[in-house]
Every structure is written in structure tokens, then in C-alpha cells.
Ligand binder design. Sequence first.
Ligand code: PLP
Length: 493
Amino acid sequence: MTEPETSLDPADDRGWDELRHLGHLMVDEMLEFLRTARERPVWRPVPAEVRKRLSGAAPRNPTPAAKVYEEFKRDVLPYPTGNIHPRFWGWVIGTGTPLAMLADMLASGMNPQVAEFDDSSAVVENQVIGWLVELLGLPAGTHGLLVSGGSMANLVGLAVARNARAGFDVRERGLQNGAGGEGAAPRLSVYASTETHSSVRKAVELLGLGHDALRAIPIAADYTIDVAALREQLAADKAAGWRPICIVGNAGTVNTGATDDLGALAALSREAGAWFHVDGAFGALAALVPALRPLVSGLEQADSLAFDLHKWLYMPYEVGCTLVRDQTAHRATFNVTPAYLASFDRGIAAGGFPFAERGVQLSRGFRALKVWMSFKTHGVDAFAQLIHQNVRQAHYLAGLVTKHPRLELLAPAPLNVVCFRFVVPRADDATLNALNKEILLRIQESGVAIPSQTMLNGKFAIRVAITNHRSRREDFDLLVRAVVETGTALRSD
Ligand SMILES: Cc1ncc(COP(=O)(O)O)c(C=O)c1O
């Protein structure tokens, strides 16, 4: 007797109706969850009994979807990271939007594989990339790829940089045979300020260049790269036989939102024969706002630009982007076409966009749909307005800090990041560091707000990075009150 054939679809019309009903409920309840985000604490830890329930063995047998959904509502939904909340400003984490959530559902339903096929998802991604090129002011002909986030975007950009500027065929010979060693090609070096995000270091290491090939250039008082120091390091390295292959500029550093002098870096890159990569994870998006564009000018000269749409375009995770000016160099880094991936002039593999030849992934999801639907629905100007609003909020918060006798601004706040601390007369840095750490943790644990932290010149900073379209001015008033009250309760002197 043959086994009956099954599938994961509902078994009959009744099953489809039940699932449809459940789906409607999920949409209703999730929208309500987002509508009421402000009414809940920003964050709370996962309780021990929930952790226990979430640690069982793999479920071999079925459970009705409605019951699993109830479990989700009991054990999963109440304990999110909290970045959907108006007072989440930790690290650089975007908020998401209700519309983009629905778009993600549609993308999952269509479930295309956006590698290189002639289907609508590829055409949509191509259009989204074209929009981003236009909005960020890169030259027509620049192309790119949607990726998982800024880290992957940096890896892709730096991979192209390495292969394009190594001076030998990295793909054929590999770094072991190409660079280093007696009589071999020079060692390859990459330049970036000490404020550069850790993902650049990760990329340099993953690309086989080694951490010592990443020359950490000191910064000026405003946390931007010291261009004179970079020039000196380039000259010294060249004299010592290194080949500078890439300069990395920051458009919005993770710590303070500083932007390097990108025009100067572009000129130095040209002079040195190096690739110019810009990590604009969030800062690049300031280019959407005419009034902020001068802050990131020079960005448009990048050979490759990495940025995130899940940060300052408020898209739900995950979506980042790499744009590369030289299509040939981009493709030459990643294209591999075995027989099973060959395309013909007809059929499904004809006429698509070869996204698989622009990055690491072969199988890729339909990240572009949420961006496409969001840009169309809200209009790009709405995003520009929100980015500007976040910058104004950062300036407002910096103003509150500066005015308050118990608060100290620890770095300039040119963009959307504000670093500050609570101060006590005559206390040294070690005391203030411990105190501010305790203030930060108490505020996080209270669920009132989620800022995060960094260290600036040996000082522990409470750090607020605003990539949140739900925040209002009053939220920053509340944060300042909470910091001052908590600090005062801990130290009344
Ligand atoms: C400046 C900068 N670059 C790169 C990244 C890495 O991006 P992702 O977390 O999307 O991988 C971040 C993340 O905060 C960042 O702020």
C-alpha cells in the first residue's frame, strides 16, 4: 500500500478557513500591539518560567496553530528587544513600521528566491536599488545589492575593494600566494579611524588581510578621522612596502554620529590609488534631507557605500545595502557560474538581475518589498522628515543636557547620537563611570527607556541614538528626569 501524500497546507476548505480566521486575528492583534507600544515598559527580561518553557525538546507531534499562537502571545510577544517602543534609543536599532510588517508577510507569502530569476521580485529589488542610488546622489550606473545589514554591506564593499586594488588576482592566487612572503606582491593595508565600527574589522579579518593590516588612524577632537595622521600613515606604509588598497570613511560613527571629511578621504584615496569605501550605516541616510546633506557631503564620491535600511529608514529587520560604483569590479568579485546556474536567452533564468553575482548569498529573500511598499505608501519625503525630526530631537536632548547643572555632554552631537553623563561635584572619572553605569542599568531595568553606553576618553557615557520614528520631545524630557532622579538618589552630594 502506498503512503498517503501530505503537504503543509491546510487539508481542506475548512482548514483554510480556520487558518484565514487565525491570520486575521494575528494581523489585528499585532497592529494593536504596535498601536499600544507606548503603554508598555520599553523592555523587561524573559522570566525564568518562560525560559524554561522555551527550552524543551523538538516537538515531534502537531499542535493546533491557534494553540501555538496562544503560546506565542504568552511566552514570546511580551518580551521583545523593545525597539518598537518610542523610548528605545540603544545601540543603533530601528523601530520598524506597521506597513512594512504587512509587506514582509506578503513577501513571505510570495516567497521568491531573489538570486537571478526573471521574476517580479528581482525587478522590484532593482528598482529599489535605483531609488537608493538616486536618493543618495551616487552616479547613475552605480548598482548594488540588498543584504542582511551593515556588517554584510561592509563585507561586500571591502571584498570588492580588496579584489579590485590588490594588484594581483586574489581569486585565482589567494592571499597566501599573492601578498606577503619573499618576492611576492606587497602586503595590503586598509585605513580607518579608531572610531570605525567593529564590523569593518571583522570584514578585514574575514577577507584574510589580518587585523594588523587595518591601520587605526587617530581622531581629532570632534571624533572624525585626523586626515593629516592618515596621510602620514599612508606615506610610512608605502615606504615600508605596503600597498594601501582601501580607505574607509565614516558617515555617522556608531559612538557619536561624527562624519569624517569624506571629500578629503576621497581625494586621498585617489592619490593613493586606493578604493574609497564609506560606512554610512545610519549616517548616509542624512543625505535624504537637503538641510543635512552637507554633513555627509563627499559620500557620493564613494567607490562603495554600505548602509542600513533597518536603522534610519525604520524598516523591520533585516535589510541593509551595498552600492558599488564599478559594476565590473563588483561582479568580478563574486561571479561564479557553474553549469547548474547558467542562464539562457529564454526561460526563467533569462533576463533577471544576477544578484547572486553581487554578494555572498545565493539564496536571498524578498527584502525589497517592504522598502518598495513603504517608499510608495509614505513617500520618500516622509522618511526625510522623520530623519530630520530625529536630528532635531538629538539637538533638543543635547540642549537639555547642556542646560542641566548635573549633566555633562561628552561629545558633540552633530547628527542623532547624544552622549552624556550625570556628574557629582569633585568626583573623579572612576567614580562617575561606576555611577553612570548604575544609572544606565537602573533605567533600563525600570523599563522607562533604553539608552545604551559607550566609553569616550575614559568616560562612561550614557548614549542615546535616535533612529525611532515614534519618539516625541516629551520622551527626552522623561529620560533626563529619570537620569537626574536616579543619579540624585544614588548620590545626594
Ligand atoms: C556605523 C555602523 N556600521 C556598521 C554597523 C553594523 O550594522 P548591522 O548591525 O546592521 O550589521 C553598525 C551597527 O550599529 C553601525 O552603527
